[in-house]
Write a protein that binds this ligand. Structure first.
Ligand code: NOJ
Length: 525
């Protein structure tokens, strides 16, 4: 293994900071809260923490709108808290990454305040300002991911600025080399301070077509609605606002900086076509990109998810695997906890980096958040509660108490989500048969079987419903059918998602890790 590819052996864990653990009783998660849970994460078997943004922010998008890229927001703690967290994580053998959110800044960032102040301010070109097509007419037909036009009119200079998310998140102009220089210096600042890399937010947005042409509208039969954005967004073919060729150069330069620091870059890139996604990888791209197939797939008992996984694993050995995140409906809601664990078991042995989202290890389903308590800007702007990301963001249930041991306050920033005692870490840790302990065993078994993730998998032909691959002497199999199914051969059982000690037919939604038993050679005659 080279110094740079430590992530190939790591299991990642996404900490959605506002909802993980509150140490100071304000109902909002913080860095000292994470510090207090490092032992838990270490016990679970996590190697890599992804902390969602801790930078200064007015929190219009809960940290994804940054007003100072070089400081910690006081609601999350201090720089000293971050230093302590990174040091203690390192002592436990864990790495720590956070978000790089540079498609846009906050509209309260000093760059934007200066940019807005006049047309000849030196920071004007840090953002995309254009005159309208006519009175009240934005410069082009682009829509924001969260709904409405991607342009907001500013009376002060009689021009519009672009934002592919909310108006509080103006897009930086990646055609301006000064923006690239600023961002690279920010990256070095954090890597020098001890961060081990970045999850690159909307890694395929950033650059826009230099002429900002209209996007073609899609015919109705080509519109595919999936969660995570409002309907408007899916009615266009995003030829000119995202996925531009200039991205490759941006990623290439970031990769050089990361490689100098032995750091890891993993991109958030919503591309469901594994081939297209794999096209971003390679020596010049980021080290890895999240594969969103399992996050966005529709539930289908016919093993569709496994097919997706297989296609993605075949396209690239460097993708990062996840089933949930703070932006999407939880995996246990879409798949059920047993099937979700079976899918995690399949990803655990593949080359690439598997990630859990906080609470996945408990088999948590979406939390209940009444519409009138919505906090998510997407839900508020789209006016569509179905696209409410709050449901996957309710506080982490630590203990079987009213405030879940998340906070000492009576209320948290989001409702507690109607969790039961059986959902909590406290109760599940004591139950050897809990889904939490099943995840823990899985993460620890992975460490003992380095061949798995380091060897290209051979996919096996199996009975219908059964999905299996082999790496060396090890086989990972999951049964997505409705009847028990068996693999041929003599096996040693290394892991099962259910309670069993001997190999045998796999129950529906069970997954196993098996080692082939070597048959003694026949005695020489
Ligand atoms: C993706 C992040 O995961 C999401 O939470 C955020 O709203 C958008 N990018 C905008 O930064």
């Amino acid at each position: 293994m080279t110094r740079q590819d430590w992530w190939a052996d790591a299991v990642g864990y996404e900490v959605y900071l506002p909802s993980f653990c509150d140490s100071d009783g304000d109902g909002w998660g913080d860095l000292p809260g994470v510090l207090s849970k490092l032992d838990y994460l270490h016990w679970l078997g996590v190697d890599l923490l992804w902390l969602t943004p801790f930078y200064r922010s007015p929190m219009h998008d809960h940290g994804y709108d940054i007003s100072d890229y070089r400081d910690v927001d006081p609601r999350f703690g201090t720089l000293a808290d971050l230093d302590r967290l990174i040091d203690e994580a390192h002592e436990l053998g864990m790495r720590v990454i956070s978000d790089l959110v540079v498609n846009h800044s906050s509209n309260e960032h000093p760059w934007f305040l200066m940019s807005r102040s006049s047309k000849d301010n030196p920071y004007r070109d840090h953002y995309l300002w254009r005159p309208g097509r006519g009175p009240g007419q934005p410069p082009n037909n682009w829509v924001a991911t969260f709904g409405g036009p991607a342009w907001t009119y500013d009376e002060h200079t009689d021009e519009w600025y672009a934002h592919l998310f909310t108006p509080e998140q103006p897009d930086l102009d990646w055609g301006n080399p000064k923006v690239a220089d600023e961002v690279e210096s920010i990256m070095r600042f954090w890597l020098d301070r001890g961060l081990d890399g970045f999850r690159v937010d909307t890694a395929h947005y950033l650059a826009k077509h230099p002429d900002l042409p209209d996007n073609p509208r899609l015919p109705a039969d080509r519109v595919r609605l999936i969660g995570g954005a409002v309907a408007d967004w899916y009615h266009y073919d995003h030829q000119h606002d995202i996925g531009q060729p200039a991205l490759h150069d941006i990623h290439r330069r970031w990769r050089m900086i990361a490689d100098d620091h032995g750091a890891f870059l993993v991109g958030e890139t919503h591309m469901l076509d594994p081939g297209a996604l794999a096209g971003y990888l390679g020596r010049d791209g980021l080290h890895s990109y999240f594969y969103f197939g399992l996050i966005q797939a529709e539930v289908d008992a016919g093993g569709t998810e496994a097919d997706l996984l297989r296609a993605a694993a075949t396209a690239s050995p460097a993708l990062s695997w996840a089933q949930s995140s703070h932006d999407w409906s939880r995996a246990a809601t879409r798949y059920g906890a047993a099937r979700s664990l079976a899918l995690t078991t399949l990803t655990i042995g593949l080359p690439g980096t598997p990630f859990l989202y906080q609470g996945d290890e408990l088999g948590l389903v979406n939390g209940v958040v009444p519409a009138d308590q919505a906090q998510d800007p997407l839900a508020k702007r789209g006016g569509n509660h179905e696209h409410n990301r709050d449901a996957s963001r309710t506080p982490m249930p630590w203990r079987a108490e009213e405030n879940l041991g998340f906070t000492s306050a009576d209320k948290a920033w989001l409702p507690f989500g109607d969790r039961t005692p059986a959902d909590t870490v406290e109760v599940q840790q004591q139950d050897p048969h809990s889904i939490l302990n099943a995840h823990r065993r899985l993460l620890h078994v992975r460490r003992e079987l380095p061949d798995l993730r380091r060897t290209e998998p051979t996919w096996l032909d199996t009975a219908p419903g059964l999905v299996a691959y082999q790496c060396g002497n090890t086989v990972v199999a999951a049964n997505f059918g409705t009847a028990p199914a068996e693999l041929d051969g003599d096996w040693l059982l290394r892991y099962s998602t259910v309670d069993r000690t001997e190999p045998g037919p796999l129950a529906p939604d069970e997954a196993v890790i098996l080692e082939r038993v070597a048959r003694p050679s026949p005695p020489a005659s």
